[in-house]
Write a protein that binds this ligand. Structure first.
Ligand SMILES: Cc1cc2nc3c(=O)[nH]c(=O)nc-3n(C[C@H](O)[C@H](O)[C@H](O)COP(=O)(O)OP(=O)(O)OC[C@H]3O[C@@H](n4cnc5c(N)ncnc54)[C@H](O)[C@@H]3O)c2cc1C
Length: 332
């Protein structure tokens, strides 16, 4: 997404073909759900997605906690959501680059690939996010085959297995304790000799007999074949490198919302999450946000889907009110 472009619309920008009631930016669980709700309600909707549609769902080998659907692959769930949206008449354009956004005016303007201009009465931002990665060699290869960023999602796959949890904040310690419900042993690897977590999380981890600690250390390489088998760990105080056989590694070193390009356009908090009200409207009238990119604590498919629903219903109401205002005679 490029910088804000606040140039006024010219007549040529708004044609029947490129004007929509709502444009949804992002085609993950939140964006696709918004597309389903809006299109089913005959609200003319376009989803614009950078990359392939599906978002983080397609990175997930198996989703076992989506209500009513037992053990579906993330890819299949995403494909089902996409075809449901398309069947209701939603337009989807994937693999696009949003190069400028003008959101302040009543007619919103989104430019794609520096050339195609789409306009709408409302916009829903559902750009999601990503877990912060360590950046060590092998990390990309073993995502989903030994490396996970979500204990709620993947903990159950490590029943009676030995795992590592990377991180030293609240999430890392809380998730390490929750993972002891499945794993036989949990080793917390943390880069400092102290934790940056609330005292009760530290106490809970220290009092858990399945948890042990490797402090002042970091993983410098992930090794395996079709799945992760071992990691190389470097002790930061003496430089020593050791190799440890392991079934899985859970990484909790922060989360990065995909909102870099919204800075200065929409109000974000200090974690770069989008600030929204109870109807999921941002600080700009007619601009809503949903899913992992907004300020919230729990990031799951179910919560993204719930947000997508709320944002869609709110955006539909906003657009309907705008249309009513235009047709009703002004009260003098
Ligand atoms: C490995 C892994 C396993 C998981 N397992 C589970 C699980 O088992 N159960 C569960 O409930 N949750 C799981 N989660 C979490 C869940 O997948 C997410 O919370 C949820 O999918 C978020 O949906 P979203 O639509 O908000 O965002 P995303 O899925 O991140 O989708 C955002 C979309 O927006 C697009 N986008 C980003 N920036 C732009 C831009 N500038 N312009 C246009 N498009 C853009 C992206 O390409 C993406 O398609 C898992 C997450 C991961 C990473």
């Amino acid at each position: 997404m490029g910088r804000a472009c606040l140039s006024p619309l010219t007549k040529a920008d708004t044609t029947m073909e490129n004007h929509f009631d709502v444009i949804v930016i992002g085609g993950g669980a939140a964006g696709l759900t918004a597309g389903i709700y809006l299109s089913r309600a005959k609200v003319n909707t376009l989803i614009l997605n950078e990359g392939a549609v599906g978002g983080q769902m397609v990175l997930t080998h198996e989703i076992a906690n989506y209500p009513g659907v037992e053990n579906i692959s993330g890819y299949e769930l995403a494909r089902n959501m996409k075809s449901q949206a398309l069947n209701f008449g939603c337009k989807i354009r994937s693999n696009v680059k949003i190069t400028s956004l003008a959101l302040e005016d009543e007619i919103k303007k989104v430019t794609v690939n520096n050339k195609d201009v789409f306009t709408s009465n409302a916009v829903i931002i559902a750009t999601g996010g990503k877990s912060r990665a360590i950046g060590a060699p092998g990390e990309d290869s073993f995502k989903g085959t030994g490396i996970s960023y979500c204990a709620t999602c993947d903990g159950d796959f490590f029943q009676d297995k030995e795992i590592i949890v990377v991180g030293g904040g609240n999430s890392a310690l809380e998730e390490a304790v929750s993972l002891t419900r499945y794993a036989s042993k949990v080793t917390i690897v943390h880069q400092f000799d102290y934790f940056q977590a609330l005292e009760h999380y530290i106490e809970d981890a220290k009092n858990n007999e399945k948890i042990n600690f490797v402090m002042e250390s970091e993983i410098i390489e992930f090794i395996g074949d079709e799945k992760l088998r071992s990691v190389k760990i470097k002790n930061k105080s003496n430089g020593e490198i050791s190799q440890k056989n392991i079934d899985g590694v859970f990484i909790f070193i922060g989360y990065v919302p995909n909102t870099e390009s919204l800075e200065g356009i929409i109000e974000l908090n200090k974690f770069k999450e989008i600030l929204v009200d109870k109807d999921l409207m941002t600080n700009i009238p007619g601009v809503f946000a949903a899913g992992d990119s907004i300020q919230k604590k729990y990031r799951q498919v179910t919560t993204a889907v719930a947000d997508g629903t709320i944002a869609a219903l709110s955006a539909a109401e906003y657009v309907n009110n705008l249309k009513k205002e235009k047709t009703e005679p002004a009260v003098v």
